[in-house]
Design a protein around this ligand. Structure first.
Ligand code: M6R
Length: 368
């Protein structure tokens, strides 16, 4: 049942405010302004304090959520995090020490490579924490610890609400680690909890951009190549925006760390290659603006995505601007990805593609 929407993907994009609320629900102790995962996580506080490094392993969109996870955990908890795609991890003989925690992320919980990586990690002696959307899935059954994303069933091949629910779960887990390891003050934890609870309403506001994104998408739909650029977390979100666009619109696109462009890729930027530039991270904002000017000088058509309040400044260097509501910097991916999902959806629609069932792809990849 598409609930009145033309496609499951559009329905699932619009279900995100609910998915955020359900994923946060029962995990925050509002009275004490603390994250409480103690009913779900069995690791003792001593075991949590002993973690020396974390490996995050996943495929596709879930891998992109893992990339955000690296920033979140390293910044909040100062534990070193490595992120791998599962099909690489399982064959690379990873270095697992007794105090390594392996996290796997999988919407379906049935992805063959992710499941094999989980088993490989356990064989090498690691405890595995799974973040999955499906209770009772193979990943959920085999993992030592499970945190469920409460996105509800995701039908469209292109993952949307599962990705953002994974982000919310990662934020909760990062904050929980920070509380136990005392790497953040109570005041900072309180700020995160407040900012997290504002996200659903902020997403609702962003969804009102759908008609604008449709216009952009129709303008982009006839191009054959497109670039997404960003720095730090915006780079991680660029990768996800680019995958979404490729997967359903079949437009070739690449995501690039903006500072890396001049090391080769800038040669590809012409007035025939639109650029989507994410500039939501204040600490690298000025650097990002310089990179945007570099692509502007090559006459690329640029859509800038920035924070509310920065639109005017940025509009001098880009053709169009979208502003997302302000939140804490680590939380911006949960907002900035929304316009990119809409862009991919409307681009696929404009090209007459089967949005929910893109060619060559299956919802859950149960073979290697
Ligand atoms: O079910 P999983 O999260 O393990 O699936 C992983 C990928 O196959 C999946 O995210 C894929 O990349 C999506 N189709 C992307 O939209």
């Amino acid at each position: 049942d598409k609930g009145g929407y033309d496609h499951y993907m559009l329905k699932e994009i619009h279900e995100q405010p609910r998915a955020y609320r359900e994923t946060l629900n029962n995990r925050i102790d509002h009275e004490n302004q603390r994250v409480d995962l103690s009913k779900e996580i069995h690791l003792s506080e001593d075991e949590i304090r002993a973690i020396e490094k974390i490996h995050i392993v996943a495929c596709g969109t879930a891998y992109h959520a893992g990339l955000v996870g690296k920033y979140v955990i390293e910044n909040l908890v100062r534990i070193p995090v490595e992120v791998d795609v599962a099909s690489e991890y399982r064959y690379r003989n990873p270095i697992i020490t007794p105090n390594t925690l392996v996290m796997v992320i999988s919407q379906s919980g049935e992805t063959a490579d992710t499941l094999a990586a989980l088993r490989e990690a356990q064989k090498l002696g690691a405890k595995v924490l799974a973040i999955t959307n499906v209770n009772g899935s193979s990943v959920a059954r085999d993992a030592d610890e499970v945190l469920l994303t409460h996105a509800g069933p995701e039908i469209a091949v292109a993952s949307t609400k599962a990705y953002t629910a994974q982000l919310i779960t990662i934020y909760l887990w990062g904050l929980y680690l920070a509380q136990i390891r005392e790497t953040q003050s109570e005041e900072v934890i309180r700020q995160y909890i407040q900012a997290l609870s504002q996200l659903p309403t902020q997403v609702e506001k962003l969804l009102e951009f759908a008609p604008t994104m449709k216009q952009f998408a129709e303008r982009y739909a006839h191009y054959e190549d497109l670039f997404f650029i960003g720095r730090s977390l915006d780079y991680a979100v660029s990768l996800e925006g680019s995958l979404k666009l490729k997967e359903i619109s079949y437009i070739h696109s690449e995501a690039y760390p903006a500072g890396e462009l001049k090391h080769g890729t800038l040669a590809l930027i012409t007035n025939d290659v639109p650029v989507i530039a994410l500039a939501t991270q204040e600490d690298v904002y000025e650097k990002m603006v310089s990179n945007i000017k570099e692509v502007n000088a090559r006459e690329a058509y640029i859509l800038g995505i920035t924070l509310e309040g920065n639109e005017e400044g940025l509009s001098k260097s880009v053709n169009e601007v979208i502003a997302i509501p302000r939140t804490l910097p680590l939380l911006t991916p949960a907002l900035s990805v929304i316009p990119l999902q809409l862009l991919a959806y409307y681009a696929a629609l404009a090209r007459g593609n089967d949005v929910d069932k893109p060619r060559n792809l299956a919802k859950s990849v149960t073979v290697e």
